[in-house]
Design a protein around this ligand. Structure first.
Ligand code: NAD
Ligand code: MN
Length: 358
């Protein structure tokens, strides 16, 4: 029997609430699966750690994570610590050091969920957004000089490397190819950003002949927002830069019902270092500690984790348990129009899992 070691990093805000729920569901799946076991180790990194030690995680924290098969992450973000410190000190530090360059964000309408778009059904909205996750606008290159003076300057420099651009676009082509519609949309802004974005487009134009079976098109990022709203059916797999996909995937989450259900995998496709799975949402300070956070984004991310480990049966069992709960509609969290607590939604998914076995 295979034993996978999973590092759980709940972080702050509602992170610990949804990660506790995710671990519970994953443990339930593993406990009645004869093929594998999961052992979890929790890392209490984040705001409290920062208040004690002045850093979000220990210096050798990422090295510790290298020994794990996968990471389940909650949220970085504390009401009393600036966001750029929490994000760069924890989540981005992990993603960048482990070079998890492919951020994969499925967005689809789950059964029973009515999104905000009138007349749009599950068949009309089934996307995967592939976000470049290692460079681009969030490469971390830049600085501030003459701080506090009238001539102060703040710079964030977007970095696009041939290696970085080509590997994410090839990843997206392969993913598009594995899906029934074999369709890939490149998001760009090469009309206004005439260096990095023109380069981004030129790599796409060069490599697309390697994927003749994949239908492609190109959208400027501003026009992409309207297409997502007005013609969702025309999209399938989407590849975009770090910043563009960050923004578009929050829109995608809203169009599928709520930010609370949207999942992510920060993948290291070469598998020489662990990948990290997390809900898209952040710390949600407004509902922290109230027991009402929607755990579905974490459950869906957990299904992606199982899929990545190669446990595809377990992954689809979990997805179908989630879908049975949303389709039934009697136990939905508040952000999906219901009144159920995190505990009640978790119990409903656990119940659906156990019934699914019969
Ligand atoms: P947010 O995702 O935390 O919250 C946005 C809104 O969505 C809030 O009204 C919140 O209550 C709601 N929401 C989010 N997740 C929900 C869930 N599971 N169930 C029900 N409602 C949910 O975004 P924000 O307010 O912009 O950010 C808050 C903090 O989180 C900031 O510090 C930010 O930096 C951080 N953040 C971290 C990550 C991450 O670590 N991946 C992602 C986004 C934001
Ligand atoms: Mn985001």
């Amino acid at each position: 029997m295979k034993n996978y070691r999973i590092a759980a990093v709940p972080g702050d805000g509602i992170g610990p609430e949804v990660i506790a729920a995710g671990v519970e569901v994953l443990e339930a799946i593993a406990s009645d699966n004869p093929d594998f076991e999961l052992s979890f180790k929790h890392f209490p990194w984040g705001g409290d750690y920062y208040r004690k030690h002045g850093v979000m995680m220990p210096e050798d924290g990422v090295d510790t994570l290298r020994d794990y098969d996968a990471i389940l992450f909650g949220s970085a973000g504390d009401p009393d610590i600036p966001d750029h410190i929490t994000l760069w000190g924890l989540r981005l530090k992990i993603c960048q050091t482990l070079d998890q360059y492919a951020n994969v964000r499925p967005a689809r309408l789950l059964p029973g969920i009515k999104g905000p778009l009138a007349g749009v059904t599950a068949e009309d909205l089934d996307w995967v957004i592939v976000r470049e996750n290692s460079e681009g606008e969030y490469a971390g290159a830049g600085g501030r000089v003459h701080v506090g003076l009238p001539e102060e300057v703040g710079l964030d420099v977007s970095i696009f490397t041939r290696t970085g651009v080509e590997r994410i676009q090839r990843f997206a082509f392969e993913l598009a190819r594995s899906r029934p519609r074999k369709k890939l949309t490149l998001v760009t802004k090469s009309n206004a950003q005439r260096h990095g974005m023109v380069f981004w487009d030129s790599v796409f134009d060069r490599i697309r002949s390697d994927y003749p079976d994949v239908e492609t098109d190109k959208m400027l990022v501003d026009a992409m927002t309207t297409r997502m709203v007005l013609d969702p059916r025309s999209l399938d797999t989407v590849v975009a830069t770090n910043l563009h996909a960050d923004v578009l995937s929050d829109l995608a989450a809203a169009l599928t019902g709520s930010l609370g259900i949207a999942p992510t995998g920060n993948l290291r496709p070469e598998r020489d270092m662990p990948s990290m799975f997390e809900p898209i949402h952040g710390s949600a300070f407004d509902i922290t500690g109230k027991g009402v956070a929607n755990p579905i984004g974490t459950f869906w991310s957990s299904a992606m984790l199982l899929e990545h480990l190669g446990q595809t049966d377990a992954a689809s069992r979990l997805m179908s348990a989630i879908e049975r709960v949303t389709a039934d509609g009697s136990v939905l969290p508040r952000d999906l129009g219901g009144s159920a607590s995190t505990r009640q939604v978790t119990d409903a998914v656990l119940d659906a899992l156990s019934k699914g076995n019969v």
